[in-house]
Design a binder for this molecule. Structure first.
Ligand SMILES: Cc1cc2nc3c(=O)[nH]c(=O)nc-3n(C[C@H](O)[C@H](O)[C@H](O)COP(=O)(O)OP(=O)(O)OC[C@H]3O[C@@H](n4cnc5c(N)ncnc54)[C@H](O)[C@@H]3O)c2cc1C
Length: 302
């Protein structure tokens, strides 16, 4: 008969890694299944709001998370993602396409991913100049001209990273004013190599083998910008497609109570994939801890 774990944790971002550290310390028999380690935390440029670190970069914090997790030597199935979940006779089974695992309890901590622009040229030029993570891909555009698309904190963060790397940064925002934090807006407005296009939409991304430019419009006024990189920073979607078994809200976020319980006994969720308000590293980490403690109580009761 196939092995039945006590717990499976899906996701290796701040929520999943913290859940795993708590599970290891509770000596649970568990496995972490994840597409990567670090999650969105690794995409962030400068993090100044994770208690204990006055300043840390996203990749540095992701390395710290990984070191902390690896100290406990629990099994990690990396480069594997859940594609479906089933529950039968109190046993939960997950399918990753590579393998099927069974467990008594499951924590879903699969976070969010970037929303696409859905304009001509985007899909064709992905990884050929079209990127979704300035921290990961920014250095590839050293000395080049780039556009950052979006007007919220993610776009401001990406633009602030790129002003240090690129020759020129165009920020294309479809609302009349930039959103995001005031302190980030001020830093950006002080940068000499930024041009901001508020109230403007991207109509298409140009290029055959690589990005050569974008077409933007503001009302009836159209403009062509010649550039080599496009960072799409227009928000995030929850990674919850595989979780149709649990109740989700209109934004596809998994609905949880204040103990991280979903509507299916034994299935818990934590972090950005849930409907918990505010998406932050420290909140996701705290929710990951809560989820394991709730799962531990569930396992003790059952
Ligand atoms: C550019 C940027 C900058 C940010 N800056 C800050 C900041 O300065 N301070 C701050 O507090 N917050 C910041 N945030 C927000 C913060 O990164 C998130 O709130 C936090 O990472 C959420 O953690 P999480 O573990 O819930 O999800 P994620 O970090 O999204 O991690 C999800 C994990 O699940 C894995 N996964 C995805 N799909 C599956 C699947 N099907 N099966 C298994 N695993 C899967 C992923 O590989 C990943 O490991 C920033 C976010 C972005 C995008």
């Amino acid at each position: 008969m196939a092995k039945v774990y006590e717990l499976i944790i899906a996701g290796g971002g701040p929520a999943g890694i913290t859940a795993a550290v708590y599970a290891a310390r509770k000596k649970l028999d568990f496995v972490l299944v994840t597409r990567d380690i670090g999650g969105q935390a690794a995409w962030s440029g400068d993090i100044e709001n994770y208690t204990g670190y006055q300043f840390v970069t996203g990749p540095e914090l992701a390395v710290k998370f990984e070191e902390h997790a690896r100290k406990y030597q629990f099994p990690i199935k990396e480069n594997e993602g859940l594609i479906s979940i089933e529950k039968e006779n109190e046993i939960i089974s997950i399918n990753t396409g590579k393998a099927r695992y069974s467990t008594k309890a499951l924590i879903i901590a699969s976070g969010k991913r970037s929303r696409e622009l859905n304009v001509p040229g985007e899909r064709e030029l992905k990884n050929k100049g079209v990127a979704y993570c300035a921290t990961c891909d920014g250095p590839l555009f050293a000395g080049k001209e780039v556009a950052v698309i979006g007007g919220g904190n993610s776009a401001l963060d990406a633009a602030l990273q790129m002003v240090k790397i690129a020759k020129k940064v165009y920020l294309v925002n479809n609302t009349p004013e930039l959103g995001g934090d005031k302190v980030m807006r001020q830093k950006l407005e002080e940068a000499a190599n930024v041009t901001i296009f508020n109230g403007s939409r991207v109509e298409r991304i140009n290029g055959e083998k690589f990005v050569t430019g974008i077409g933007i419009s503001s009302g009836s006024v159209k403009k062509e910008l010649e550039l080599q990189g496009v960072f799409v920073e227009i928000g995030l979607l929850p990674n919850s497609e595989f979780a149709g078994i649990v109740k989700r809200n209109a934004n596809d976020e998994i609905m949880v109570n204040n103990a991280c319980e979903t509507d299916i006994p034994g299935i818990f969720a934590a972090g950005d994939v849930t409907d918990v308000p505010e998406k932050q590293i420290i909140i996701a980490a705290g929710e990951g801890a809560k989820a394991t403690l709730a799962a531990f109580k569930f396992l003790m009761r059952n």
